[in-house]
Design a protein around this ligand. Sequence first.
Ligand code: F0G
Length: 474
Amino acid sequence: MAAAVNFIMKVSMPPSSILETAAGKAPAQFYADGCEKLVASSALRCVELACQARYAVTDVSYQCPSCGGLLEVVYDWSQANTRLWTQIWRARRMDNQPLNQSGVWRYREILPFLDRPEHVVTLREGNTPILGSPLAARYAGLAQISFKHQGFNPTGSFKDNGMTAGVAQAKRLGKTRVACVSTGNTSASMAAYASAAGLTPVIFLPHGNISFGKLAQALEYGAVTLQVDANFDQILALVRDVCEHSDVYLLNSINPFRIEGQKTMAIELLDQLDWAVPDWVVMPGGNLGNASAFGKGFLEAHELGLISKLPRIAVVQAAGAAPFYEFVMDTQKGFHAVSRPETLATAIRIGDPVSWPKAWRVIKDTRGVVEIASEQEIADAKAVIGKSGIGCEPASAATLAGIRKLVGQGVIGRNENVLAILTGSLLKDPDYIYRYHTGELKSPQGNAIEGTFSNRPRVVESSAAAILKMLEGS
Ligand code: F0G
């Protein structure tokens, strides 16, 4: 009992007037005191250092009209009074207001681009756990490892963190139709959030190359679903064309407001760790929006004085779809797309990641690294995460596979504090799992993937004696 009282006392409460605002009891005030200046300062800015052109936060541009560079949302952080933010965020966790229950909007002071809260639709995204696994730590050669599991999100992937923000911007701009191309998770997420917001989701998918679970989500959430006989990169070019010549709003991660929502994953994990910074944060890389978002979140938290050091970021790509890895290995050669990306981790089957310039900046700013993992390495790491009672989809398991290699090379120290991001739920791709455990999984080139940790279902006769006999050896 004493411990419980202590615990409650330790969560030092902000003054009651601020708590009321934070708890949403004064709806007129959405942000904590003083944030009006931040909202007023929000703008879009070109990430190219030689350009840095600024545009209104309400402009509908996905790339810099002046130089073609990527855009990001920026604020004048010198106007920020962060003194009570961490306390306000903690207090909101105990509040029943929908926006405070959201693991994205609870942290709204760090993404103050919206002027009106009515534009937000929340499915209570975020709030994902950090889970330890001694088994995975042993497999990687580490003393300990933990996973932040974004698969606990409403549609089963990290995309929900960004989608709630992207859809809020769509509503603010008065858009009625939104579109994306996807390897599956973005489309599932966009379909859910757009439908919940009363918008029409239009989804483009690489025909035959997304998992059935993700396609099923898009259909069930009511999206107009178009399957195109081309790969992700080719379809993205097509969709951008469609969006530029219509009023359809593009919600791929090139949309900077998606990145704003996604960056709260970094803030939430720091809040969960009581603002202690891990040595490494490791994530899979496809289109590289996620690495860009995590990097922006950590860098802004650092700039705002919420943390005193930065974690090192490691991005792991599938070996058959690794243009960013190739680039980082030899930057002199410049960035070159992979024209025919191949991997069974279909979520990261991307050869021409649009956000690579942002992700590159993150790697440089955090002394980060990029690694690759083979099909076999991903499959085995995935089974280890599964056997830990955690589970994830194939792309997410690239993290553990990459960490194991980085520990082997001495890049990550055995006693370093490593946090890996599991991006999607185990249930996203059950077909892959069944094949792995029954020895039927084949690489895109047709080579057998070994079921190193396979767990075959067994057929048993319907009798207690036969079952007991079978269980003898288990
Ligand atoms: N993990 C999963 C489960 C994903 O779905 C994705 C991307 C990634 C990792 C890579 O993240 O692209 O930000 O580097 N999926 C996108 C989609 C491309 O369409 O669902 P990234």
